[in-house]
Write a new protein. Structure first.
Length: 589
């Protein structure tokens, strides 16, 4: 038993090493700059990466310094409860927190969280499929079908890095299929369901809980599986109960903001129509979707299903179970990812989803339902592994051709994986052609540099406004996420902020910020917020930079005193009441 356990441990380490090497290769040169850069496959969307780094860094900071004020993040000051205006990424926190606590480097902590989670997800998928099929090659095919979906490493997870924490999905699917008949298996399922739901309590939790609920209800009807269904429903009920405090905080934000739908940068991105049939698999747009696994995987699934249907000898029971549960998660994942109204060749069709939207309030907050296709991503990966195992079984049974029986499965795996990678790398997809990927994975500088300006801000003090806040009303995410990321160096209260939504008064305050250094605007901001400091990044100000530079050269003015400047174009001003002189003390209102 000890030798078997040792072999199993070595096997798991080997699987982890395999996918670590593969992910390093697919994201190179990120590993070489893991402590100084962030993934940036879409540079125009770097603000979402910076937002999630800030979220996880703030949560880590708050838990170790002021847990009682945890929900009152340092953004959107003076608003309260601002952490819950957007994604909290709690599922990624157990991975981010220890690295950030030990190193103080948010870029390193995030990169290791994302990199490690993707490796763990691929390895978990491999091990689950290998368990079901008794084939390591089937595990490789399933894991690469997931990894070679551009959604994973290019189109969504890098801008929303907390979504990388999907490693609990494969064991949850396995336990729900194989162990729910035993009480111990159901109890083992509960913490995994809670941990996976914490990745994102809207999209990921829904993509996980909805198929599990359907599976539980299906098991309630036959008498012989009724106890299993009840146990699975109990697991789901306890999991939702564990998530209630988080949902309650988000609900409090909704209740306090009757016009919340208008308090966002994305008022027009609300449940865009699913175009059928191409929208089912994410081939209508240049950006990939969770269901955009390579076409070679679909071909393999079709061939494997045909072989299974025409088989001379039935597949073993575990393999048929894998087919059944892969189809369940793929089918339900596709169904729940559809919008309440779909478009079929230009004709709009209303779906029963609208009834769900009417009865389940949370459904109304699914701005992009296609993200629920995460369930289908794993279902399709499982089906790819099942289809490969079925085709390999066919090849291995060719007794009249012993060489084919011996080498056929390995050759098939090589062909399938190569075909999937060719599409991943070269963009071979219709009807929308996707461009080939660049030779190097795109990165963005993420180092938080020290300076006299940051040294002053690290001292105890009042609220800060980071300028510029940008045109178009001063609420553009790119400027505010940059300010939030920089605030990791000092944790002062910020008037700036970026999240899924913003609190009342934020847009009005940013309109005043855009009028600075106008004395009247500055005085009003000080009265309303107790603003004590302006941090001005002159390199980003166009036009109006000369106004700030002249003001700095003069040492400021009566209500705005220059405290420090550095060579990176940062100016730090102290906001003072008119009549105070430089060096006089001042307390915020």
């Amino acid at each position: 038993m000890r030798a078997l356990s040792k072999r199993g441990f070595v096997r798991v380490l080997g699987v982890l090493a395999l996918y670590a090497v593969l992910v390093v290769w697919l994201t190179w040169p990120l590993t070489a700059h893991v402590d100084t850069h962030l993934p940036s496959p879409h540079p125009e969307n770097l603000f979402d990466v910076q937002y999630m780094v800030w979220v996880l860094a703030y949560e880590s900071h708050a838990l170790t310094t002021a847990p009682s004020r945890f929900k009152d993040a340092n953004i959107f000051y003076p608003a309260r409860g601002t952490l819950f205006y957007g994604d909290t990424g709690f599922g990624a926190l157990p991975y981010f927190f220890p690295v950030f606590l030990l190193t103080g480097n948010p870029a390193l902590a995030l990169n290791l969280t994302v990199f490690g989670s993707i490796v763990l997800t691929a390895a978990a998928l491999h091990l689950v499929v290998a368990y079901w099929t008794a084939s390591e090659l089937a595990g490789v095919v399933a894991a690469t079908a997931m990894l070679f979906n551009r959604w994973v490493l290019w189109d969504f997870i890098p801008p929303s890095p907390s979504f990388a924490v999907l490693q609990y999905f494969p064991p949850i699917i396995l336990l729900a299929a194989a162990s729910a008949s035993r009480r111990r298996g159901a109890l083992g399922l509960l913490p995994l369901v809670v941990l996976q739901s914490l990745t994102d309590v809207v999209y990921v939790a829904t993509a996980l809980l909805a198929p599990l609920a359907v599976l539980a209800l299906v098991r309630l009807f036959p008498r012989q599986t009724r106890a299993e269904g009840l146990r699975l429903l109990a697991v789901l009920g306890l999991a939702v109960l564990a998530l209630v405090p988080i949902y309650a905080e988000h609900h409090a934000v909704v209740a306090a903001n009757p016009h919340l739908a208008a308090q966002t940068n994305y008022p027009d991105i609300w449940q865009p129509l699913t175009r059928l049939p191409c929208g089912l698999l994410g081939v209508c747009a240049a950006m990939a979707e969770p269901m955009s696994v390579p076409l070679a995987a679909f071909v393999l699934i079709g061939v494997g299903a045909l072989s299974l249907g025409l088989g001379e000898s039935p597949a073993v029971r575990p393999l048929r179970q894998l087919w059944a549960h892969g189809a369940l998660w793929a089918g339900l994942g596709i169904i729940i990812s559809l919008t309440p109204t779909v478009e079929w060749h230009g004709r709009r069709i209303a779906l029963p989803h609208q009834v769900v939207a009417d009865w389940v309030p949370m459904y109304r907050y699914l701005r992009v339902p296609s993200r629920l296709g995460i369930a289908a991503l794993f279902g399709l990966a499982l089906l790819s592994g099942a289809a490969f195992a079925e085709c390999a079984r066919r090849l291995s049974s060719a007794r009249q051709r012993p060489r084919l029986a011996r080498l056929g499965p390995a050759a098939l795996a090589a062909v399938v994986v190569s075909a999937m990678y060719a599409e991943y790398g070269h963009g071979l997809r219709a009807p929308v052609a996707r461009p080939p990927l660049p030779a190097a994975y795109p990165l963005a500088q993420a180092t938080l540099t020290d300076s006299p300006v940051m040294a002053i801000l690290r001292r105890p003090g009042g609220p800060v406004l980071h300028l510029p806040v940008g045109p178009l009303g001063g609420v553009l995410p790119i400027f505010h996420a940059r300010a939030m990321y920089r605030s990791i160096s000092h944790w002062r209260p910020l008037l700036n902020g970026y999240s899924s939504y913003w609190p009342p008064g934020f847009a009005e305050r940013m309109a005043l910020a855009n009028a600075l250094p106008d004395p009247a605007a500055l005085a009003q901001l000080r009265r309303e917020t107790g603003l004590t400091h302006l941090l001005v990044e002159t390199a980003l100000i166009h036009p109006g930079r000369d106004v700030w530079l002249r003001l700095a050269d003069a040492g400021g003015r009566e209500d705005l005193a220059l405290l420090a400047r550095d060579g990176d174009g940062l100016l730090l001003f102290e906001v003072r009441a008119a009549g105070l002189h430089k060096g006089d003390s001042q307390a915020p209102n």
